[in-house]
Design a protein around this ligand. Structure first.
Ligand SMILES: [Zn+2]
Length: 509
């Protein structure tokens, strides 16, 4: 007697279908799982047997062999409990119409079903394989209900599922709750008063997906600004929501009251974060902060304090939009398309640019601090934004002029549309992702602009890299103005976002 039950396994954030074959033989009672199962699955017997017995069903007093197909693919996760239990139970039930039904769920000893991680990507792979119905824990139902064209049968315990299969009592199809409007943010750029220049720079950064470094003393509002950047990015598409929710599902960061990630993420890891915490990895690879910020903002406050090795290692993933981790000869890929926003004090004590307080750093300390901020990763940071504290007495006067998130989102959206159209058929997503070839092709300057930039180039002692970044940023500024040509005023504005290379003194001359 042999039964076949459908389920799935995870590799990184990708699911793939698995068939659980269960076979019964005469002999001493035993329970064996084969087919590259990890320790959690091999331990499942000690959960499944009491769960079956406590649900009021007999457990076979024979040799039980479970084979996970395809045998060559490593499998992991406690969600194999349920399909294995159903495989064993259905040996006694005879042939059942379970061809287009799959099972996911972890069992408690009393037969209750526990929430699992990775339910959404697992369900996606099953849907792709033509499965029509998924039986899963109640706690995962809302998360998976974001998927269309699949029936969700949410259960709380094993006996409820057994009753469903044997036809005693059918489980109802789960209907997802109505979702709240994702543009309903509880913060807005209109709350950031008096920093219109910094807001303009942030708008340019968000419109072209340029990495930002916000520089300014304590209390000038760097964090306040960074947190609001997702409010001016385009709303997530349906596919993006599924993609991001899948990452959070694998990282086990979804909760029953927050089953779907409907807004662009904002992640702000502390500077003491480990290499693996930032980039992902581990024995069972988990996504790191870089992937949890996918399609949103990764905010690195106190940028100079982060571990240099970690920051340097982020360079390639940020450029490529994904991180590859190899484990047991298998490659796990985590997505990592992020907008990097770093923040730093202008000097160690923080008061270098303050008009009221006096900076206590010596020239050597200043130099060492600068060097820390301009490592190889700062290559990826196209724009440097200088911020000063706004005097309290000026705030009230400036309140009316504060640009709102909706205004900024509209402007950024227009510029993004232009980029999308321009880069159709090319490997670029936005101006921020242009390489040398792309800059050559899409950031052409006329004679007058070339002269203007080359004068600035000499005067400011710009490097070739800085030169390219200025062109990319100028391209975005031109797009914001719906100008096909990059004009002198666009270059002039882009030059302003280059202040912290140690050339600020020359700039202010
Ligand atoms: Zn200082």
């Amino acid at each position: 007697m042999l039964t076949k039950i459908k389920t799935a396994t995870l590799t990184g954030v990708e699911g793939s279908p698995v068939v659980v074959e269960t076979d019964l033989h005469r002999g001493m009672p035993s329970f064996t799982v084969v087919g590259l199962a990890d320790a959690t699955i091999r331990e499942s017997c000690s959960r499944i047997k009491p769960a079956v017995l406590n649900s009021g069903y007999p457990f076979p007093q024979e040799r039980v062999t479970v084979n996970l197909v395809p045998a060559g693919k490593p499998k992991e996760g406690s969600h194999f409990d349920l399909p294995i239990a159903i495989g064993i139970l259905s040996l006694k039930w005879g042939s059942l119409p379970l061809m287009d039904t799959a099972f996911l769920g972890e069992l408690s000893l009393d037969g209750k079903l526990n929430r699992i991680k990775g339910a959404l990507p697992l369900a996606m792979s099953l849907r792709k394989a033509g499965i029509k119905n998924i039986v899963l824990p109640q706690g995962n139902a809302e998360e998976v209900s974001i998927l269309e064209d699949i029936n969700i049968l949410a259960a709380t315990d094993l006996s409820g599922i057994a009753d469903h299969i044997t036809g005693k009592k059918r489980l109802p199809f789960y209907k997802g709750k109505k979702r709240t409007d994702e543009m309903d943010w509880d913060m807005d750029f209109s709350q950031v008063i008096g920093q219109e220049a910094a807001k303009r720079a942030v708008l340019v950064g968000a419109a072209g997906n340029h990495g930002l470094l916000l520089m300014g003393g304590p209390g000038c509002g760097k964090t306040m600004i960074a947190k609001r950047i997702p409010t001016i990015m385009a709303p997530l598409s349906y596919e993006e929501k599924i993609e991001i929710t899948g990452i959070y599902s694998v990282a086990d960061l979804l909760a029953e009251d927050r089953p779907v990630i409907a807004r662009r993420p904002f992640r702000s890891p502390h500077h003491t974060i480990s290499y693996v915490g930032m980039l992902g990895g581990g024995k069972r690879p988990r996504p790191g902060e870089l992937s949890l910020a996918h399609r949103g903002v990764l905010f690195l406050d106190e940028f100079g304090e982060f571990d240099t090795k970690t920051i340097d290692a982020m360079r390639q993933p940020v450029e490529e939009g994904c991180i590859r981790i190899t484990r047991n000869n298998e490659e796990v890929v985590f997505p990592s398309s992020v907008m990097v926003v770093a923040a730093a004090n202008p000097c160690k004590c923080g008061y270098l640019w303050d008009e009221k307080k006096i900076c206590s750093c010596g020239p050597r300390q200043l130099e060492a601090y600068r060097r820390k901020l301009t490592g190889p990763f700062s290559d990826r940071i196209d724009m440097h934004i200088r911020m000063s504290p706004i005097p309290k007495e000026a705030l009230e006067r400036m309140r009316q002029d504060a640009l709102s998130s909706a205004d900024m989102r509209k402007q950024a959206g227009k510029a993004m549309e232009i980029q999308k159209e321009r880069y159709q058929g090319f490997r670029y997503r936005d101006n921020g992702s242009l390489d040398e070839w792309g800059i050559e092709r899409f950031c052409r300057l006329d004679e007058a602009c070339r002269t203007f930039l080359s004068i600035a180039y000499d005067k400011l002692g710009l490097t070739m890299r800085a030169h390219n970044r200025i062109l990319k940023v100028a391209r975005t500024i031109a797009d914001l103005a719906s100008s096909e040509l990059i004009e002198q005023q666009h270059i002039a504005e882009a030059l302003r976002y280059r202040i912290s290379d140690g050339d600020e003194n020359r700039l202010t001359v």
